[in-house]
Design a protein around this ligand. Structure first.
Ligand code: F6R
Length: 361
């Protein structure tokens, strides 16, 4: 059942501390910096030359984060929309590891991309929530995100658990491929280990419903972020449109001025995500929107004073490592979307025209 919540989506948002604890259990030791990923002992990935993520929707956004974790650690990586993978025809060989990120393990576009990769001689790995799923069975290897069953069509806790799983996987791969740990591996592992508690704090203090109420009559909703939180901006917009049926778009913060700014008016609130890294640049982009009269809602930690100064409202997140802040910011945006949709009395757990698992290409 819904365990006292009005919707599965809200229940699953609230299950995130427990789900993240499950995802992390026994896998990372922040005091020593050790990583233990069951089937993937040290050295597993030493022959990997490049990584390609293939995924759809929310899982694609997790893949984008995973690709950034790897690239910044020195492992060439790219994320592809699974439905575009065959058409893009990226070079694939035995040195290529193709990682399918898929909650259900049954998404037709993702399975098709993985099969193509397999036929081209790549090694394949499924990052999935479902043991025994087609992706888990067909890939050479599987890493289970252990988020527990997700009933709501909107992916929530599984996104958080995917990003954390990819963070651990990236750390393992960087060590295997480059021979050394990422520069601040221990700080990042500590931030990952702190996530369950930090997410709980957000669930306890969030003002997302009030913010959703304040902007309920807007024309459109724009989400911006740069670096590891560009995917979070995309994800914020996807979730918002999916369950509220309102027009929402996500952009790289720096792209606003290259076109989307023409849409910005006092009726289009901008939700800007900050991590504590490159914030000044994103703030500059926010000011461009503000100059056109757009209300600005920042998602940022309490300590980011310059951000607080410019924002009309702030959805705060606990202070953490910049690479991990996106998971926390995303929880605030999940709550924002949920409350916006609830105020409009939408069919939150089963949005129109959508299915939990899309088994056609
Ligand atoms: C959005 C959502 C979808 C899925 C996508 C991929 O909330 O749930 O965008 O993320 O259909 O599904 P999986 O991860 O099962 O391959």
């Amino acid at each position: 059942g819904k365990g006292g919540y009005d919707h599965y989506m809200l229940k699953e948002i609230h299950e995130q501390p427990a789900a993240l604890r499950q995802t992390l259990r026994g896998r990372a030791d922040p005091t020593t910096g050790d990583i233990d990923l069951e089937d993937f002992p040290a050295g597993t990935f030493e022959d990997v030359e490049r990584v390609q993520f293939v995924a759809c929707g929310t899982s694609y956004h997790a893949g984008l984060v995973g690709a950034q974790f790897l690239s910044s650690g020195g492992v060439p990586a790219q994320a592809f929309l699974a439905s575009e993978y065959a058409t893009s025809q990226p070079p694939v060989d035995e040195g290529t590891l193709v990682v399918g990120v898929t909650q259900s393990g049954e998404t037709a576009d993702t399975l098709s991309a993985l099969r193509r990769a397999n036929a081209s001689g790549a090694r394949t790995l499924a990052v999935t929530n479902v043991v025994g799923s087609t992706a888990a069975r067909e890939c050479d290897d599987a890493l289970f995100i252990r988020a527990g069953p997700e009933i709501g069509v909107a992916a929530t806790k599984t996104f958080s658990s995917q990003v954390v799983s990819l963070g651990l996987l990236a750390e393992r791969m960087v060590r295997d491929v480059t021979g050394s740990r990422t520069d601040d591996a221990r700080a990042r592992l500590e931030a990952l280990s702190d996530l369950p508690g930090h997410v709980q704090q957000i669930l306890d203090y969030t003002s997302a419903r009030r913010v959703a109420e304040n902007y309920r009559d807007s024309e459109a909703y724009f989400f911006i972020g740069r670096g590891t939180v560009r995917p979070v901006a995309l994800e914020g917009a996807l979730k918002f449109k999916e369950i509220s049926y309102e027009h929402a778009e996500g952009f790289a913060a720096g792209e606003l001025k290259h076109g989307p700014l023409a849409l910005v008016t006092p009726e289009t609130p901008i939700f800007a995500v900050f991590t504590g890294r490159n914030d000044e640049k994103t703030l500059g982009n926010v000011k461009e929107a503000e100059a056109r009269g757009a209300p600005v809602v920042a998602v940022a930690s309490d300590g980011q004073e310059s951000v607080h100064q410019y924002a009309d409202e702030v959805l705060t997140i606990p202070d953490t490592h910049p690479d991990v802040a996106g998971v926390l910011a995303n929880v605030q945006l999940q709550l924002l979307s949920y409350h916006a949709a609830d105020l409009l009395d939408r069919s939150i757990d089963k949005p129109r025209n959508l299915a939990k698992s899309v088994t056609v290409e």
